[in-house]
Design a protein around this ligand. Structure first.
Ligand code: MLC
Length: 527
């Protein structure tokens, strides 16, 4: 068992969860104007505020529902006979859609649009249309229309790999915020973003058959030798980028491993993370042991445990791979004017204030065959665009970062790209590896010195992936970036008890697809 302690009850709930004043609409406006025209001039678009709204509110799209579920998956026996079928993606989506709509105080009949991302295990043609039909969303409109033409429901499926949920969030924002009178405008009021997969219930062999096939096909199409892409193709692709960064910067192998220790520490404070679920199950198996004590009331994976984890590729071990899982998530986005009309508008609701999306190649070139620092700049480009579109913000304006971490190198690069390693003037003061090591050292010092409570009360302590990320919360293929958004919403709305970043008014969320091939970033702020 990998945990330093199997006892996962957070004892520090009240410290990180301290309440704070939420920013008001006017404070956001101040934020965009406080540095005068300089800030406004650099603004790229469109996530702007339309004061002509008849509601008297600036025009914004709010995230009013955000729910997720994650499960280990249904294990199969040695003969690969199913003990039990995995849940269908539709049944999981129904569960999160219903609870997100409940949270938003809306119903399926309020939806104008559905945006979905594809799944690997289910693999449906036109995922959004498939799920909307399977959930009965078209049929219920027909029934409730009393012979009139049913209210339209528009479905979109977006595929940018693991960046999909953020792309879908930004698409939903566009569907709502664009005026219905413009040629591309749709003027919707409420849109649901949905995602689900059951890769946790696939055998390792079946998962790799499907996941490898994507990249083998590209290799064969390009006429590359077989050895240029080998199984497991995804970890090998990330290994190539890891190798590049290890050989061209001061990044160390242990700094990559420390990512797992830090994220597992966070995951231990989230009751729904796979890590916490597994620890709970093991505690239960051990005859309901009640050995929980104050010293052991956190769990994390030690550096030594990551060091001794079996190698998957030369620079990546099993504990450094996205943790396969079953799961689903749903976001409900609505226009603030609609919310106001329905009397559902509340100060503090998270709104989308910026975004950016960029692309790179689907698979990295082999070492020595052209991989450079510029091969994978889409993350940096997306971050820059998102900050600019939100009114020229910088990392110091953000309290919480939901950063994609399918493998440690992805998180290290994201930490550098989002500016956490820069000083107030944007000058680089340390590498991503040094940042991780600094945070790791703080964590170990606090654990050894009995000052974890104080550490968690400090908002500067690793304000990243407080749910545990793909490595420790769970990674159902294209769903996990949505888990990052759900956690960001929970942070902004003070629902992240036991792991709250104090006074969280703005959050940045980043999704990555393929092998750093697609980058999508969104910025949310308390309205
Ligand atoms: C696995 N395990 C972990 C873990 N990963 N435990 C803790 N933390 C982790 N991060 C556990 C499993 O639960 C299981 O436990 C045991 O280790 C063996 O894992 P497995 O997956 O069943 O093993 P195997 O079949 O041998 O496959 C190993 C693997 C595979 C590394 C080849 O897990 C894999 O390919 N993982 C990466 C998944 C991936 O590529 N996702 C997409 C990321 S890219 P137990 O108790 O059951 O034995 C991305 C971008 C995009 O996100 O666009 O999609």
């Amino acid at each position: 068992m990998i945990f330093a302690s199997k006892c996962i009850q957070p004892i520090f709930a009240s410290t990180r969860g301290r309440t704070c004043g939420v920013a008001t609409v006017s404070s956001i406006t101040c934020m965009t104007t406080k540095k005068g025209n300089r800030r406004k001039r650099g603004c790229l678009r469109s996530f702007s505020y339309d004061y002509n709204s008849h509601s008297g509110l600036p025009r914004q799209v709010a995230v009013v529902g955000a729910k997720s579920l994650v499960r280990e998956g249904i294990k199969q026996d040695q003969q690969q006979t199913k003990i039990k079928s995995p849940p269908s993606t539709t049944s999981m989506i129904r569960e999160v859609l219903e609870s997100a709509l409940d949270q938003a105080r809306l119903t399926t009949l309020d939806l104008d649009g559905i945006v979905a991302v594809p799944s690997l295990h289910g693999n449906h043609f036109m995922e959004a249309h498939y799920q909307a039909t399977a959930l009965g969303l078209f049929a219920e409109r027909e029934t409730s229309s009393n012979g009139e033409s049913p209210r339209p429901l528009r479905c979109r499926t977006l595929d940018t790999g693991g960046a999909g949920p953020i792309s879908a969030l930004l698409e939903a924002e566009r569907m709502i915020s664009s005026s219905s009178s413009s040629s591309s405008g749709e003027g919707m009021e409420v849109v649901a973003v949905i995602a689900a997969d059951t890769v946790g219930s696939m055998t390792g062999e079946k998962f790799l058959d499907r996941a490898d096939a994507i990249f083998f096909k590209l290799r064969d199409e390009l006429g590359l030798p077989k050895e240029s892409v080998t199984s497991p193709a995804i970890p090998h692709g990330y290994d190539r980028i890891t190798e590049h960064q290890l050989s061209t910067s001061s990044l160390t192998r242990d700094q990559l491993r420390m990512v797992v220790s830090l994220e597992s520490f966070h995951a231990g404070l989230h009751p729904e993370s796979l890590q916490s679920q597994k620890a709970r199950a093991e505690l239960y198996d051990e005859s309901n042991s009640d050995t929980c004590n104050e010293q052991g009331a956190y769990s994390f994976t030690t550096l030594e445990q990551v060091q001794s984890s079996p190698s998957v590729t030369p620079n990546i071990s099993l504990l450094e791979c996205a943790r396969r899982a079953d799961g689903a998530a749903c976001l409900i986005l609505a226009s603030n004017r609609f919310l106001k009309r329905r009397n559902l508008w509340e100060t503090g609701i998270p709104a989308v204030i910026g975004g950016g999306q960029f692309s790179g190649p689907l698979y990295p070139p082999t070492m020595g065959a052209g991989i450079t620092d510029h091969t994978y700049v889409s993350c940096q480009q997306a971050m820059n665009h998102a900050y600019a579109s939100a009114g020229n913000l910088t990392a110091s304006d953000i309290q919480y970062f939901g950063l994609y971490d399918c493998f440690p190198i992805c998180l290290i690069r994201a930490i550098e790209a989002c500016g956490l390693t820069a000083d107030g003037r944007g000058r680089i003061r340390m590498t991503g590896g040094d940042y991780v090591q600094q945070q790791y050292d703080r964590m170990i010092t606090a654990i050894e010195g009995g000052t974890v409570k104080e550490l968690l009360a400090d908002p500067s302590f690793f304000p990243i992936n407080t749910h545990g990320g793909l490595l420790c919360f769970g990674a159902p293929w294209e769903v996990p970036a949505m888990f990052g958004v759900v956690e960001a919403v929970d942070q902004i709305t003070q629902r992240s008890r036991g792991r709250s970043i104090g006074d969280c008014r703005r959050a940045l969320v980043y999704g990555n697809g393929g092998i750093l091939s697609a980058s999508a970033v969104a910025i949310l702020a308390a309205s």
